[in-house]
Ligand binder design. Structure first.
Ligand code: NAI
Ligand code: 15L
Length: 266
């Protein structure tokens, strides 16, 4: 198998559970980590339950690891304090440990919420300035910048996969644009892990949907070609025709995140 030890953080989460099954062929041992329970280890799996905010635990987690799929953390808006611990401190701990232990490459589950304040009339590529729509989005921008710093300073490579909406199917009109099927997610990860050189790359994670807000031409060296399309769900979410739309969820790339309350603290 291509890797001896591959680490997946966030293994108990929605995407982690899918990936746990799909990435087995890529490594002799997949180290699964999360703060939540992950059940029992199957063949070729090792389970390490820990908090990403625990620096010593994260350093231990990284022993012998060659590459990381970093999916752990808070995955929607939350209080600044909680986001700071899990996503900001957690990701900093992960990068420092990866650097110390000689990890070669990290695939960082970044998010469309790094650019969530762009509008549905904007078509952007990886060079567009970030416009986060939440503390959550700000924390993903932090992760991306940290990845850039560690690459320039140490050569540790990262693909920041700015995932749109990766769920079994779109659940609203916005997701017709942002949807990333699970198969295409796995393909994006596979390409990102096995491309010869990735340096610091930003890759938008969306399927081959009819409408796109994001241009992946700056990441052509990854060779990601999504096969699915939300067009299979055409007609499910008819356009109300109202302009401007009364619904933030179709106005901003980040949908409802863009107009939610600021949650500095609860
Ligand atoms: P999820 O919330 O189901 O999974 C995240 C996992 O991280 C959970 O199992 C949680 O227990 C774990 N976690 C939270 N705080 C932690 C901590 N302090 N230490 C260790 N583990 C911790 O989210 P989902 O949908 O599986 O997303 C996975 C990753 O992908 C997240 O980083 C999310 O931000 C990112 N993402 C997901 C998108 C999607 O459409 N599902 C879209 C954009 C980004
Ligand atoms: C994300 O970043 C979240 O992790 C996910 O739960 C969805 O909200 C997704 O973005 C989205 O924008 O649809």
């Amino acid at each position: 198998k291509p890797f001896k030890r591959l680490l997946l953080t966030g293994a108990a989460g929605g995407l982690g559970k899918i990936l746990r099954e799909r990435i087995k062929p890529w490594a002799d041992v997949v180290v699964l980590s999360d703060i939540a329970d992950m059940g029992v280890a199957g063949e070729g799996e090792e389970i390490v339950q820990c908090d990403l905010a625990d620096k010593a635990a994260v350093l231990k987690l990284m022993e012998g690891v060659e590459a990381v799929l970093h999916f752990g953390g808070i995955s929607t808006e939350n209080t600044f304090e909680n986001i700071m611990q899990a996503n900001i401190l957690g990701t900093a701990n992960l990068y420092e440990a990866a650097h110390k232990k000689g990890v070669k490459r990290i695939i960082f589950a970044s998010s469309n919420h790094t650019v969530g304040f762009y509008r549905n009339t904007d078509y952007i590529d990886a060079t567009a300035p970030t416009r986060p729509d939440s503390f959550y989005g700000v924390s993903k921008c932090f992760g991306e910048q940290l990845a850039s710093y560690y690459f320039d300073r140490t050569g540790l490579e990262t693909v920041c996969l700015r995932i749109g909406s990766s769920f079994p199917e779109p659940v609203d009109r916005r997701m017709m644009v942002t949807w990333l099927s699970y198969d295409d997610l796995v393909e994006a990860l596979h390409r990102s892990l096995f491309a010869t050189r990735v340096g610091f790359t930003i890759l938008f994670g969306m399927s081959n949907n009819d409408v796109a807000w994001w241009d992946n031409s700056k990441a052509s060296h990854i060779g990601f070609k999504p096969k699915d399309s939300s067009s299979q769900f055409d007609g499910k979410f008819p356009d109300s025709g109202e302009y401007p739309s009364p619904n933030a969820s179709v106005t901003y790339h980040g949908g409802g995140f863009a107009l939610a309350e600021i949650r500095y603290k609860d």
